[in-house]
Design a protein. Structure first.
Length: 176
C-alpha cells in the first residue's frame, strides 16, 4: 500500500483523502491540486514528447466535447468550469486539466483518463510501480465518488497539491 503524508491535519481530511485516492487510483495523473477559493481540482499529466499544437488542439476539443456530452447525459444543469491547457518542459509536454468540484464526478475522471490514454498512449508518463487489483480499484473509485460528494457539501480552506515521489503519494499545503 502506498504511504500518504500531510502537513497540518486541520480538518482538510476530505480534500486530502480525495487527492490521495485519485493519485492511488490513476497512475497516469502526475499531480492533482485543490484550490478552495475557486473550488476546482487541477490534474496534470506528462507526455514524454513534445505534442504539437494541432494534436493538442484536437485532444482539447474532444475532451471538452466529451465533458459536455457526459454532463448532458447525467442531466447536470450547472455550467461546468473546464479548462485544458499545455506547456512544454524541455522535450516533455505537460497537459493541465482544471475542473470544478461542483459538477465533477468520479465517472467523469475515469472518462478523462481514458481519453488522455487514447490520445497519448505509451507516451503518457505513468507510475505503475504498484498495480492495484480489480477489487481495490473499485474500492478506490467508490471512495473517490464519496469524497467528491463530501467536498461538494463542505468548505475546505487549504490549497493542496498531491504528487508521487519514490512510490509514495504525498499531499502538501500550497502557498497562496
Amino acid at each position: 500500500m502506498r504511504e500518504a503524508r500531510t502537513r497540518d491535519g486541520d480538518g482538510s481530511s476530505t480534500s486530502v483523502g480525495l487527492l490521495v485516492s485519485i493519485l492511488v487510483r490513476y497512475p497516469e495523473i502526475c499531480t492533482v491540486s485543490y484550490t478552495p477559493d475557486s473550488r476546482v481540482l487541477g490534474f496534470s499529466f506528462m507526455v514524454a514528447r513534445r505534442v504539437d499544437a494541432d494534436e493538442f488542439d484536437a485532444f482539447r476539443r474532444l475532451a471538452l466535447a466529451s465533458i459536455s456530452v457526459y454532463l448532458d447525459l447525467v442531466k447536470l444543469e450547472d455550467a461546468p468550469v473546464a479548462d485544458i491547457s499545455s506547456s512544454y518542459l524541455g522535450s516533455v509536454t505537460q497537459v493541465q486539466l482544471t475542473r470544478d468540484v461542483a459538477t465533477l464526478t468520479g465517472d467523469e475522471i475515469s472518462l478523462l483518463i481514458g481519453l488522455i490514454l487514447d490520445a497519448f498512449g505509451d507516451d503518457l508518463v505513468t507510475d505503475r510501480s504498484e498495480d492495484l487489483g480489480e477489487e481495490e480499484l473499485m474500492v478506490q473509485e467508490e471512495f473517490i465518488a464519496n469524497l467528491l460528494a463530501d467536498l461538494k457539501e463542505t468548505i475546505q480552506e487549504k490549497r493542496l497539491i498531491g504528487f508521487r515521489e519514490e512510490g509514495r503519494v504525498m499531499v502538501f499545503n500550497r502557498p497562496a
